[in-house]
Design a protein around this ligand. Structure first.
Ligand code: IDP
Ligand code: MG
Length: 220
């Protein structure tokens, strides 16, 4: 019996509270009142509810400082980013930064749409190759919202040519040549709004307040 009791004690110690319940059940005949009763604090239901309520309401006493203006940027994972399995990594970076995903869509829009998206580059020598590359597989189109989303989004992407992109940026970390630079990001607020309108219907863009907004924004 004594050996069994030590085993029960070990179990309880190693597995914590739940282990205490299990081990307590095993040794209940003779030893449970000695070994386990004191280890399990008994809180009346009402006080637990009051404690929870206090904690929860305290966290919401922070002043809401989420920006009133809602700057959005258009970010796209190009066909090479999709093929190379970098969709999750790129989304993760924007999420972890604190930006809010407001629209996302995987698609293969076709040449005409891609020509329109890159219309300002139509005269460039690399334009036909760019359209062919962009039409070589599905892309993931996204709209991200947040303070400074356009400018910061560009910083997160890195330079157009990955060779000039710093480590820590998406292009700096994951690609090598300008012809396979895995992602697109709007270069100005106006072009962002234009691009979001080109790739999404208004009803595809979601309006919501993330629970963490007050933990992302605050001037104190
Ligand atoms: P950005 O994507 O950084 O905004 P842009 O100058 O707008 O750069 O060019 C759009 C895309 O065209 C680039 O991301 C890249 O895929 C492609 N591109 C730009 N310059 C060249 C080039 O010199 N050779 C081949 N492709 C290019
Ligand atoms: Mg551009």
């Amino acid at each position: 019996m004594r050996a069994f009791s030590s085993t029960a004690r070990l179990l309880a110690g190693a597995a914590g509270l739940s282990g205490a319940f299990v081990a307590g059940g095993l040794a209940r005949d003779k030893y449970s009142h000695l070994q386990f009763e004191a280890a399990v604090p008994v809180l009346p239901k009402e006080s637990l509810a009051a404690l929870t309520q206090e904690r929860v309401s305290k966290s919401f006493q922070l002043k809401a400082d989420a920006p009133s203006q809602t700057e959005r940027t258009f970010i796209m994972i190009k066909p090479d980013g999709v093929q190379r399995g970098l969709v999750g990594e790129i989304i993760k970076r924007f999420e972890q930064k604190g930006f809010k995903l407001v629209a996302i869509r995987m698609m293969r829009p076709g040449e005409a749409h891609l020509r329109e998206h890159y219309a300002d580059l139509a005269a460039r020598s690399f334009f036909p190759g760019l359209v062919k590359y962009m039409d070589s597989g599905p892309v993931v189109a996204m709209a991200w919202e947040g303070q400074g989303a356009v400018k910061t989004g560009r910083v997160m992407l890195g330079e157009t040519n990955p060779a000039d992109s710093k480590p820590g940026t998406i292009r700096g970390d994951y690609c090598i040549t300008v012809g396979r630079n895995i992602c697109h990001g709007s270069d100005a607020v106006e072009s962002a709004n234009h691009e979001i309108g080109l790739w999404f219907r208004p009803e595809d863009v979601c309006d919501y307040t993330p629970m963490a907004a007050d933990w992302v924004y605050g001037d104190n």
